[in-house]
Design a protein around this ligand. Structure first.
Ligand code: 4NP
Length: 140
């Protein structure tokens, strides 16, 4: 799960997918390094907690090339993340792993400068997107 800062959207996506499908390995990262080592944004922690998911112990890290080797799927939140991750891809195999998380190819909006409602909107969007991932994985 990849976003820009790895403190708002992608930690939520990580927590939601782990919650829905505990047997798979899920991790998250940011394309930028501003918040390395930081816990998720308090508003992401809060909206997750209300929905029964604890993301408070996650720590931000930057996306790195080895993630292409360590993961089968790389889900990004928006088109900027998509471009930034694709720019690091070494070959077609790497590129093929990268996809927008929303099945309708909508961007998950950055809630960082928004309010509680924006984090609730992001949670709902990611919850639906993760359900779709689980369905797709069960079908394969
Ligand atoms: P995220 O949100 O990419 O969903 O973690 C952001 C967090 C921090 C910043 C931007 C987006 N920032 O510019 O510090």
């Amino acid at each position: 799960m990849v976003c820009l800062g790895n403190i708002c959207r992608s930690p939520l996506a990580e927590g939601i997918l782990k919650h829905q499908l505990p047997i798979i390995r899920v991790d998250s990262a940011g394309t930028a390094g501003y918040h390395i080592g930081a816990a998720p944004d308090s508003r992401s922690i809060a909206v997750a907690r209300i929905n029964g998911i604890d993301i408070s112990t996650l720590k931000a890290r930057k996306f790195h090339i080895e993630d292409f080797d360590n993961f089968t799927h790389i889900f990004v939140m928006d088109r900027n993340n998509y471009q930034d991750v694709l720019a690091m891809a070494r070959n077609e195999n790497d590129r093929a792993k990268v996809a927008l998380i929303d099945p309708q190819q909508r961007e998950v909006p950055d809630p960082y400068y928004g309010g509680k409602e924006d984090f609730e909107y992001v949670f709902d969007m990611l919850n639906a997107a993760c359900k779709n991932i689980v369905l797709t994985m069960n079908a394969n």
